[in-house]
Design a protein around this ligand. Structure first.
Ligand code: G3H
Ligand code: 13P
Ligand code: ZN
Length: 284
């Protein structure tokens, strides 16, 4: 199957009241684990690469790996740029075959975020490339911020309405209490804010920083309109724990295949669990 775009997947998710998992990839084992899990669950899947992943693996490798995965898959697969901040890089990714991009103008003032998002949309629309934007600031769990500072970064519902009206963007990442990385305590999600935003914008909502959010909270967020759930940290944990375990059991092992095989298996099992929580099994 050739790569599909994200808007298509999220429109079906909206109609079916489920979410599609967007999993970050950085190497071959991660791509294989994600695609094998999606195949086994007969679920649509989004494989995404951050700017960091692209500088680590190289754009050509990322594109080749995900295209190979999609070509041999029976489920729909999208290749998405995660947290793109640079216009030229977005152009380059689209040129190489990404079917979806995120333009993250969340650190900019509202008017500049709107202008940047519109610049990307003008270029992407005629090419049938989906665009995700971000409003509000989704920080990292390592950021040392107080509760009130955190709330100040949350997405303002009226700004979200204005943002969507002035851009026509089809999916929006919002800040409602999640953060990137490993949580120190239990994340507290502002479900009321999510509900209000969804009522005002009506488009698919994207939840970032979803690793470590309890399954029940993820399900509740989906019931309130989240249609794309981003997972990276859980993949990192599964990969690294798999490698650690393999080396603990066989400290003198030098064959990378024997070290990485359990890491891949652990990632695949985790992705299967997430797909079931997101409700996208058998929706391919
Ligand atoms: O949202 C952040 C993702 O986890 C990607 O992280 O920029 O370190 O690749 P990264
Ligand atoms: P986590 O690493 O917290 O799962 O966040 C992933 C993400 O939001 C990628 O954009
Ligand atoms: Zn993110």
């Amino acid at each position: 199957m050739s790569l599909v775009n994200v808007d298509e997947l999220l429109a079906k998710a909206e109609a079916g009241n489920y979410a599609v998992g967007a999993f970050n990839c950085n190497n071959m084992e991660i791509v294989q684990a994600i695609i094998e899990a999606a195949e086994e669950e007969q679920s649509p899947v989004i494989i995404q690469a951050s700017q960091g992943a692209i500088s680590y693996a190289g754009l050509d490798y990322i594109v080749a790996l995900v295209n190979t995965a999609a070509k041999n898959a029976t489920v729909p697969v999208a290749l998405h740029l995660d947290h793109g901040t640079d216009f030229e890089q977005v152009v380059q990714c689209i040129g190489r075959g990404f079917t979806s991009v995120m333009i993250d103008g969340s650190k900019k003032p509202l008017a500049e975020n709107i202008a940047l998002t519109n610049k990307i949309l003008d270029m992407a629309r005629p090419l049938n490339i989906s665009v995700e934007a971000e409003l509000g600031k989704i920080g990292g769990t390592e950021d040392n911020v107080t509760v009130s500072e955190k709330e100040a970064m949350f997405t303002d519902p009226m700004e979200a309405k204005e943002f969507v009206e002035k851009t026509g963007v089809k999916s929006l990442a919002i800040a409602i209490g999640t953060a990137h990385g490993q949580y120190k305590g239990k994340p507290e999600l502002d479900f009321e804010r999510l509900k209000t935003i969804k009522e005002l914008v009506k488009i698919p909502i994207v939840l970032h920083g979803s690793s470590g959010v309890p399954d029940e909270d993820i399900k509740k967020a989906i019931s309130l309109g989240v249609r794309k759930v981003n997972i990276d940290t859980n993949l990192r944990e599964a990969f690294t724990n798999g490698v650690r375990k393999a080396l603990e059991e066989a400290p003198h092992e030098i064959d990378p295949r024997k070290i990485l095989k359990p890491a891949k298996a652990a990632m695949k099992a985790m992705v299967i669990e997430k797909i079931r929580v997101f409700g996208s099994s058998h929706k391919a």
